[in-house]
Each structure stands twice: as structure tokens, then as C-alpha cells.
Ligand binder design. Structure first.
Ligand code: SF4
Ligand code: SF4
Length: 303
């Protein structure tokens, strides 16, 4: 499995989306020291990390720092992505200025966050300016269309289609500021819900096995791998790769784990993936039960 990581240089953001999953985390309002971040990139290269995605708050508030780190990654042959809210695309000129700089330092791809919540703060035209500039400058991009699958989002999806933008829907995660959002009921097919689990390095140098809701499992801290001031990056990746329950999440999937743990089938199909994951792994009792079975019962729970 190639080693990739979500790199949280800082969790500062210049806007305040109502659905932000990065908000209210325990590591709020911190930024890495730039020289330490340089060392970390070098350590990641040594640990054979092949892809770094700069994320957390809004990385491009720190354009010069992030550009330097991207360039460092390029020197090590590491694929890079920046996740941004496109605040910097207000005009075609400002979009070009950023895109040209990112392209020159070797950025591989831009991921543009887009949703009815982001767009309360950033005009639609900013996202459009950035995509046009990417096309003009030959920088790979895609739009990450965060949605709760309600009709409210139709107009946003139509905008993306009307402008022929490359986009992929991403389900909203009900964590952080969105944790109390009303959930529309969902009834899916009985899906495996296997999860590749991309690790996440937070600005306070804590590393987690999951870059999405996983750093919010505060009852059990199930996905916390350690802090890179205490362990090497290679050790923390190895921890993630060898944990038996994480392997079951990747290969067996959350639905089968929930069924094994005694959840009713008709309840399983009503959960979103990360919610079901939270039910299973943010409960000390359930976690203890699953851990006791990780090398025995769960190993034989295959078709
Ligand atoms: S969702 Fe992204 S852009 Fe919005 S407040 Fe959170 S970090 Fe900032
Ligand atoms: S299902 Fe679990 S491991 Fe996968 S992204 Fe959601 S919280 Fe993380």
C-alpha cells in the first residue's frame, strides 16, 4: 500500500464554514514551525511517503511556506496536492498569480473544496477563475463537491455541470461544526464500507490513521498513532499498517464489523459510513469487544 498523508501545516482558516469538520478539534489554532515542517518532509521522504496532501485549515493563507514545502517534496519525487477553498481566485489575475506560483514550484494537483456552505463565504466565480487558470497553466485540478445529497445542492451541481468542471461528490461528514446538523434519512444498499484510511498529521504533530472524522473520536482516541516528537514517521506509518482492526476496516469494511458486533442489518443500512465507524470505535466497550476478537473471531468472519 503506497504511503500517503494529509499534511496539516496549520488549521487556521480565513473563512468559517458552518459544516467545517476541521473546526473544534483538540489541536485548534496551531501552525507548524516552518523549519520543523521542512525536516518532517525530509523524514517522510526517508519513510518512502509517495504523496502529500496539504490540508487542515486553508493552506494557501501561507502561500510562501506551502510553496517551499511543495518544492521540497518535488525534489524528493513526492506527489503533492493542495486542498483549498479558492479564496484567492477573486479575479482572473489573482487566480493566475497563485496558480503560476504553485505550478512553478512543482505542485501536482489542486483540490478545490466546493459546497453550499463554502460558497456562503467564497463567490462561485472564484472557483471558476481558479479552474480556468488551472486549465490555462496546465495544472491538474478537481472540484470536491461536498453535499448532504439534498435538493438544496442541485443548483450548485448544475453550476459545476454548466461550466463543464471536473468534480466528484463528497458526502458531508457530521463531525466538527456539522456534528449537530439535521441528518436526512438515508437507506443505502448493503455496502461493505471499506475505507482506505489516509493518515493525517495535525499541526501539533499528532498523527492519526484517518484524515477525516477519525481525529474526533475523543472517547477512545482510536485512530491516534502518536506524536512525531516521540516516534519516527516510519514507526507511526508501520503502526497504522499493522494494526489489526485498521486492516479489518480496510479489507472487511465497517458494515461487516458492525454486523459482527451485533448491529441490526436494517440499522446498518441507515448509517453513513463515518457515523457507523464512530458508533463502533468511539465506544470504549465496543472497542474492547472488537479488540478482543481482532486476531480470532474477526479473522474467520469472511465469506
Ligand atoms: S471547511 Fe475548509 S474552508 Fe471551510 S472553514 Fe473549514 S477549513 Fe476553512
Ligand atoms: S469510516 Fe472511519 S476510518 Fe473511514 S474515513 Fe470515516 S472515520 Fe475515518
Amino acid at each position: 500500500m503506497p504511503r500517503t498523508i494529509a499534511f496539516g501545516y496549520s488549521n487556521h482558516c480565513n473563512i468559517r464554514c458552518r459544516h467545517c469538520v476541521a473546526a473544534d478539534a483538540i489541536y485548534e489554532n496551531s501552525t507548524m514551525d516552518l523549519s520543523r515542517a521542512r525536516e518532517i518532509i525530509a523524514e517522510m521522504a526517508e519513510a518512502r511517503v509517495q504523496g502529500v496532501s496539504f490540508t487542515a485549515g486553508e493552506p494557501l493563507i501561507y502561500l510562501d511556506d506551502i510553496a517551499e514545502l511543495i518544492n521540497l517534496c518535488q525534489g524528493f519525487g513526492i506527489y503533492t496536492r493542495v486542498v483549498t477553498n479558492s479564496f484567492w481566485g477573486k479575479t482572473a489575475e489573482s487566480a493566475d498569480r497563485y496558480v503560476e506560483k504553485l505550478k512553478n514550484v512543482g505542485l501536482s494537483q489542486l483540490r478545490l473544496s466546493f459546497s453550499r456552505w463554502h460558497q456562503e463565504n467564497v463567490p462561485l466565480t472564484s472557483v471558476l477563475n481558479v479552474t480556468k487558470s488551472c486549465q490555462k497553466n496546465g495544472l491538474n485540478y478537481f472540484v470536491s463537491f461536498v453535499t448532504d445529497f439534498s435538493q438544496n445542492d442541485d443548483v450548485y451541481e448544475q453550476y459545476l455541470r454548466r461550466h463543464n468542471l471536473k468534480f466528484f461528490p463528497e458526502p458531508i461528514i457530521f463531525a466538527g461544526r456539522a456534528k449537530d446538523f439535521a441528518r436526512t434519512p438515508i437507506h443505502t444498499d448493503y455496502q461493505a464500507n471499506c475505507c482506505p484510511m489516509n493518515p493525517y498529521l495535525a499541526p501539533n504533530l499528532d498523527m492519526y490513521a484517518c484524515c477525516d472524522a477519525g481525529s474526533h473520536f475523543s472517547n477512545t482516541n482510536f485512530f491516534h498513532l502518536g506524536n512525531i516528537n516521540d516516534s519516527s514517521i516510519d514507526e507511526l506509518f508501520t503502526r497504522s499498517e499493522t494494526n489489526r482492526l485498521y486492516s479489518h476496516i480496510r479489507n472487511m469494511g465497517i458494515s461487516t464489523l458492525a454486523s459482527f458486533a451485533g448491529f441490526k442489518t436494517r440499522e446498518i443500512v441507515g448509517y453513513r459510513k463515518c457515523e457507523l465507524c464512530e458508533k463502533l470505535f468511539n465506544s470504549k466497550d465496543l472497542l474492547a469487544t472488537l479488540e478482543s476478537q481482532q486476531d480470532s473471531g474477526l479473522n474467520t468472519w469472511y465469506r
